[in-house]
Structure formats: C-alpha cells, structure tokens
Design a protein around this ligand. Structure first.
Ligand SMILES: C[S@@+](CC[C@H](N)C(=O)[O-])C[C@H]1O[C@@H](n2cnc3c(N)ncnc32)[C@H](O)[C@@H]1O
Length: 255
C-alpha cells in the first residue's frame, strides 16, 4: 500500500539514487559493525546499506516512530526494529547489547534534529561515528569556525566532543515530498581522548556567552563568572563568536 508522508514526523523520503549511493559510500558499512539507523522510513538508505553487507553479518537496527513504517520494516529480514521515539532510545544499552560501539546513521526528521544531536552527545563514548542528513543551515552551524556568522552554541557544543565534517549538499529535488530547505550530509566522529568536563556546566557557560552575540562577553559571561566568584583570567573584551572551542573547554574545566 502506498504510504502518505506524514508532516508531523518530518517525513521526506529520499528518491535520488545517485545521492543515496553517495551517502552509502560515505558510510562505507563493513561486516560485523553495529549499524543503527534513525528513521528508516520506506528504506531508502536501509536497503542499500544492507545490500553492501555480507549475508552473515547483516543485523541492522532501525529506530522508527511511525507505526505503519515500523510494521513495514518488520517484514524485512535482517532488520531489528525498535518502534520508539528516538529521543527515548538508550543508545548506550544498544551498544552494550551489541558488545561494540555503534555506527549511527539517518536522514533525520528536521523538526527534532538538535534534540537528537544532544541526546547522542550524552552517549558519545558508545559511538564509533555518525552520518546524518540534516538541514544545510544546521550542518553549517555544526561545522562552523570561530569568527564566522554560523559559529555559535551548536558549533561549540558539538566540536568539543566530535570531529565534524560537512561532506556534501543535497537539493530538495532529491526527496519526495521535497523539503523547503537545502540539506547536507555531515560526518561526526567522537574524539578519542575528549577533554574531561561537566557537560551541563559547559552548556550553561556557552548559552550565557552566546545569549547576546553582538555584545562583548564582559556583559554576559563576565557577570556569570563574577556570580561564581571566579578568579582566573579570560579575555572578556571579545564577542562570543571570537572565542575558539578550546578556550570555552578550558574555562569550563577551570570552574
Ligand atoms: C526525513 S524521513 C527519512 C526517511 C528515510 N530514511 C529516507 O531517507 O527516505 C525521517 C524519518 O524519521 C522518522 N521519525 C520522525 N520522528 C521520529 C522520532 N521521534 N523517532 C524515530 N523516528 C522518527 C519518520 O517517520 C521518517 O521515517
């Protein structure tokens, strides 16, 4: 039966086979890896991914919220279906079940892309890498360098933990129905030796710093540090966007 795309689940199904091939090439799945796909939909990525794996090592886990689509996936061999909101999935438990780090992939529902990225940030230790299709504007922010217009909270909160790589752009015509925005593929690899820090504290610090992008940091972060009676040295005569990720990390570690 034909599936009618559900807007509330951010359903835009990939149809361009050249783009699908390029994504699967970028993922380059290998035998025995623990692949987890978020939002398999009608299987545009799922089936080509499976086709690349030898018969003996095919188990692929998919997480799908749409009951009808989950039921379709269940009819396929070699696929374990988790019918759930991805934000409720315990990825650390999935990795423990598989006894190895996960390779997480997906053409994500754009309406909840940031919550998904932050949910996965909490279990980056259990992840080998992530390949996602997202709004191009979001990928630009994730991968942005300091002193550019796209550099902000998302850049800092992801780059301290992952190597973030913007792979290629995808036009709306590659989907059915087409989204209103351009899309892009991003690769995220957790750093092998990430800095040790309090994630909630870094989050608060970075949110405070970027709360008023145009102002100098002494008006925002300066006050926040003062309230903590912090006595270290940090150049507050800059704007939040001028501060490299490593400096935010060092500041969070010193608090
Ligand atoms: C952009 S579509 C991608 C579908 C398919 N992978 C493709 O590329 O054609 C997003 C998929 O995520 C599913 N989805 C939406 N919200 C979800 C959630 N909270 N948890 C899990 N899956 C979700 C949708 O039902 C849909 O299948």
């Amino acid at each position: 039966m034909r599936h009618i795309a559900r807007k509330r689940f951010g359903q835009h199904f990939l149809t361009d086979t050249a783009i699908i091939d390029a994504i699967v090439d970028a993922i380059a799945p290998q035998a025995q890896q623990a692949l987890v796909e978020i939002g398999p939909g009608l299987g545009a990525l799922t089936l080509p991914l499976l086709a690349r794996l030898p018969e003996s090592s095919r188990p692929l886990t998919v997480v799908e919220l749409d009951r009808d689509l989950a039921a379709r996936m269940r009819q396929r061999a070699h696929i374990t279906v988790v019918e759930s909101d991805v934000l409720k999935v315990d990825f650390a438990a999935l990795a423990a079940e598989r006894g190895q780090k996960l390779r997480v992939v997906g053409n994500l529902p754009y309406n909840i892309s940031s919550p998904i990225l932050f949910h996965l940030l909490g279990c980056a230790d259990q992840v080998q890498d992530q390949h996602f299709m997202l709004q191009k504007e979001v990928v630009d922010r994730m991968a942005a360098e300091p002193s550019t217009k796209d550099y902000g909270r998302l850049s800092v909160m992801l780059q301290w933990r992952y190597e973030v790589e913007h792979l290629f752009d995808v036009p709306p015509e590659a989907f059915d129905p087409p989204p209103r925005v351009d899309s892009a593929i991003v690769r995220m690899q957790p750093k092998r030796e990430p800095p040790q820090l309090d994630l909630a504290l870094l989050q608060e610090l970075v949110a405070t710093a970027f709360s008023q992008r145009r102002k100098l940091l002494r008006h925002t972060l300066g006050r926040w540090l003062e309230a903590r009676a912090w006595g270290g040295s940090f150049d507050l005569q800059r704007r939040a966007e001028e501060v490299p990720v490593a400096e935010y990390v060092a500041l969070a570690q010193s608090l």
